[in-house]
Design a protein around this ligand. Structure first.
Ligand code: AMP
Length: 281
């Protein structure tokens, strides 16, 4: 497994693979790898001969006052885990390498970025689409794998790829959870023992909503009331949003008529957690 830190070196490697007819699959991450990331890498092996994992804590997707500086990082451990899964190249550029002096170009998706996380993190998706577009130009992947944990991010990236005619196949992978249901996240490392207990209310609320839909409930307001009271029962938790939306357009939905996305974001202490589930129609 090679570690590449330079953009030009990564582009040359990608170009030479392409000339040899090798298929490239990319898994973009911010590192501090966990089983969720590793599952995406295993999935990537089904879509490419050469697996590239990018590890880059992208400054442009963090807003002022967010956790860019204190975001957990552990490169030696990440390299070890990536090697074990059979990754070919870890691409780990510095922030300066990706955003040199006089950098001034951004990619912006206009509509699906507005609701949900876009409301509380106004610059977030512009940073995500910009860095993913750059990664596509650097790694030249045939396919790229993203987790449904960040459901809106996946929707935004699919939109960007379609709108800008990017020749990359986007593969979504279901959320990987801890045994007790907590969605895996690098940010779980911030949680104290008690906060981790509180954090379980997100996946519990999703489960409860699904039960209600199975039981025949179709009214969005009733489902969201139950979700909010489940979330509020835990104490140290502040709801950022709990919303039902169309899984394709992310437009708000008041009645369950078909598959419907239930998307949650909440602060447990200072840690912002997200989770979601597509409820059956
Ligand atoms: P991150 O390092 O948090 O930016 O995540 C990198 C990629 O891994 C994104 O496509 C995420 O959606 C995905 N990912 C993170 N956590 C999970 C999880 N628990 N299950 C599935 N995919 C995940």
């Amino acid at each position: 497994m090679r570690i590449i830190e330079r953009v030009t070196e990564m582009q040359q490697q990608a170009e030479s693979w392409r000339r040899e007819g090798r298929r490239i699959a990319l898994v973009p991450t911010m590192g501090y790898l966990h089983e969720g990331h590793l599952t995406l890498m295993r999935e990537a092996r089904n879509h490419g001969d050469e697996i590239v994992v990018s590890i880059f804590v992208n400054p442009t997707q963090f807003g002022p006052g967010e956790d860019y500086e204190r975001y957990p990082r552990d490169m030696p451990r990440d390299e070890l885990l990536a090697r074990e899964v059979g990754v070919t190249v870890v691409f780990a550029p510095s922030a300066r390498e990706m955003y040199p002096d006089r950098y001034q170009t951004f990619v912006e998706v206009m509509e699906v970025t507005q609701p949900l996380c876009g409301r509380s993190r106004p610059v977030h998706f512009r940073g995500v689409t910009t860095v993913v577009a750059k990664l596509f130009n650097i790694v030249k992947p045939h396919a790229a794998v993203f987790g449904e944990k960040d459901f809106q991010q996946l929707t935004v990236i699919r939109r960007m790829v379609e709108d800008l005619n990017m020749d990359v196949q986007i593969i979504g992978h279901p959320i990987v959870r801890e045994e007790d249901g907590l969605a895996m996240s690098s940010r779980n490392a911030y949680l104290t023992g008690n906060q981790r207990e509180v954090a379980l209310s997100l996946s519990r609320a999703l489960g409860e909503a699904e039960k209600m839909v199975h039981g025949g409930e179709r009214r969005g307001a009733i489902i969201l009331d139950a979700v909010r009271s489940q979330l509020s029962s835990g104490g140290e938790l502040r709801i950022d949003y709990a919303e039902l939306c169309d899984p394709d357009t992310l437009e708000s939905v008041t009645e369950i008529r078909g598959p419907t996305l239930l998307a949650l974001a909440a602060f447990v202490g200072h840690t912002r957690l997200i989770d979601n589930r597509v409820l059956p129609g």
